[in-house]
Design a protein around this ligand. Structure first.
Ligand SMILES: [Cu+2]
Length: 150
């Protein structure tokens, strides 16, 4: 009986596929990133999502082509007033989902280059201390609707 020949280039191909799969698994997962559509002329928008890191990590910075800059904000309610304040970094514990939600922590897009239009998407680049650069696609939903439905 003859065994199927495995050429070196095939082995290399499989190896690279395997490595790609590994890096994706060990990195950070960004789930269900979404944003509300913004009215014309709006200068800011907010992004919500779920972030899960396979090993302890830290979210350091976020950039997107649709806005001049993106900030990480936390929301607190004091005397019935909602206040937002910038957060420098977000610590991630291995396997624990960190949720960015309306009324909670969120990404604030400052000085939008164009309004966020419902049923479109845009990309986000998140920089982590260990995982490095991770990109995510943000889905824009109509105002009033909440989140991404499966
Ligand atoms: Cu904010």
């Amino acid at each position: 009986m003859k065994l199927p020949a495995v050429y070196p280039w095939q082995a290399l191909l499989w190896l690279s596929l395997l490595l790609t799969a590994c890096t994706q698994n060990s990195a950070v997962q960004i789930n269900d990133a979404w944003a509300h559509a913004t009215p014309p002329g709006a200068i800011a928008g907010a992004v919500y999502m779920e972030v899960i890191a396979a090993s302890d990590d830290e979210l350091l910075a976020v950039t997107t082509p649709v806005a001049e800059r993106a900030e990480i904000h936390s929301s607190t309610t004091r005397d019935g007033m909602m206040q937002m304040r910038p957060v420098a970094t977000v610590a991630l514990q291995a396997g624990q989902a960190v949720r960015f939600t309306p009324g909670g922590m969120h990404l604030m897009l400052m000085n939008l280059h164009r309004p966020l239009t419902a049923d479109t998407g845009f990309s986000l680049s998140l920089r982590f201390k260990h995982a490095g650069e991770v990109s995510a696609q943000v889905h824009v939903v109509p105002p009033g609707s909440t989140g991404v439905t499966h």
